[in-house]
Design a protein around this ligand. Structure first.
Ligand SMILES: [Fe+2]
Length: 367
């Protein structure tokens, strides 16, 4: 065996199997995104030049398989062959980091005073977080960013039937799988009330309630990141904030906007945070729509209490004018292909192979 596909590597890591992942990309490529727990050697140029000594300085355990990784699976194959000549069991990740983009892992979120169970599903190849919430024999999915099969299998393994599929806003960094998931599970799609999406959906607005078994999700409008952005409050315990509030920052206010419009959106975001979300009890668990670092295969949910975030996220301590100016001055690079992604999400369309279109780390946050 000379290669391994991304799904097999994903399942090895999820199962805790011993494997060394060796990233041979340039430091610049690695800086944008990486496989959690991987080792790095900046050997890309030497391997490309077929230098037989490219990996000489790398020390690796003799008895653990090594998976070599590059951008698209070609240079990593050269690396794995070089390691094989040293007697190391080395295989190359097919399709490299591009193929890894669809990888995921899960973590259970424990809630103290709710009968609902929450699974955080981390698209670890890109940083998108989605959620499966089950109660009795029903489940809802929030912000589906992976193949519907992932959610259908997880729901089935817990004895749940997916009855509702929800998005927090019209996404710009990944293709929403919500419409397809709803079709495949015979569920209803709930979206914020807006005029952008062209396919049939159930609009939700301030105070709308979506029931799942014995639990309920309440809609809180939180415009700012986008005009239609909403958050969902589960049993007054957990808040799914989409791209409004992250564990290290807040949502960017600028996509499809001039600087003046971005300022107005930042003002809206400040209002949403301070007049809605931050008024909730400090113990409310925040479950965001993205993470800016790859989630480890550690089953530990990425979450924090609202009280902790109030203390830790400096942006939340700024006055409105400070907040607006700080946000506008820290806007990250625009996500590649966002205009096409928005267009497809508004149409409710998917494409055959989304990997190229969705390439790149998410850039949804300002911190
Ligand atoms: Fe977003």
């Amino acid at each position: 065996m000379n290669t391994i596909d991304a799904e097999t590597l994903r399942s090895w890591l999820e199962a805790g199997r011993q494997v060394v992942v060796l990233d041979v990309r340039s430091a610049a490529d690695r800086a944008s995104w990486a496989i959690p727990g991987s080792l790095h050697v900046d050997a890309y140029a030497d391997l490309k030049a077929l230098d037989p000594h490219a990996l000489d300085g790398v020390s690796l355990p003799a008895d653990i398989p090594v998976v070599t990784v590059c951008n698209s699976g070609h240079t990593s194959l050269i690396a794995s062959r070089q390691l094989q000549t040293r007697g190391i069991e080395a295989i190359s990740l097919e399709g490299g980091m591009r193929a890894w983009s669809l990888s995921w892992n899960t973590a259970d979120v424990l809630l103290k005073d709710s009968n609902a169970q929450v699974i955080q599903i981390r698209r670890v190849g890109k940083g998108c977080l989605s959620y499966l919430i089950g109660s009795q024999n029903e489940a809802v999915v929030i912000d589906a960013s992976l193949d519907p099969e992932v959610y259908l299998n997880l729901a089935q393994s817990r004895g749940w039937r997916i009855t509702a599929v929800l998005d927090t806003h019209i996404h710009a960094d990944h293709l929403s799988r919500s419409r397809l998931l709803a079709e495949q599970s015979d569920a209803t799609v709930y979206l914020p009330d807006q005029q952008r999406v062209a396919y049939p959906f159930m609009p939700v607005r301030h105070g709308s309630i979506i029931k799942v078994g014995e639990a309920s999700l309440m809609v809180i409008p939180t415009p700012g990141h986008t005009q239609e952005s909403i958050s969902y409050l589960l049993d007054r315990q957990a808040l799914f904030t989409g791209d409004t509030l992250f564990l290290q920052g807040v949502g960017r206010p600028d996509l499809h906007a001039s600087v003046e419009e971005a300022r107005a959106h930042a003002q809206l975001l400040h209002h949403s945070l301070h007049h809605h979300l931050l008024l909730l009890p400090a113990r409310t668990l925040i479950l965001p729509g993205h993470t800016n670092t790859p989630a480890p295969f550690d089953k530990i949910p990425l979450t924090a209490s609202l009280g902790d975030l109030r203390n830790q996220v400096k942006l939340l301590q700024l006055s409105e004018s400070e907040f607006v100016e700080t946000l506008v001055s820290r806007i990250p690079p625009v996500p590649p292909n966002h205009e096409r992604i928005i267009e497809l999400n508004e149409a409710g369309s998917l494409i055959e192979n989304p990997i190229e279109l969705e390439a790149g780390a998410n850039n949804c946050a300002v911190s």
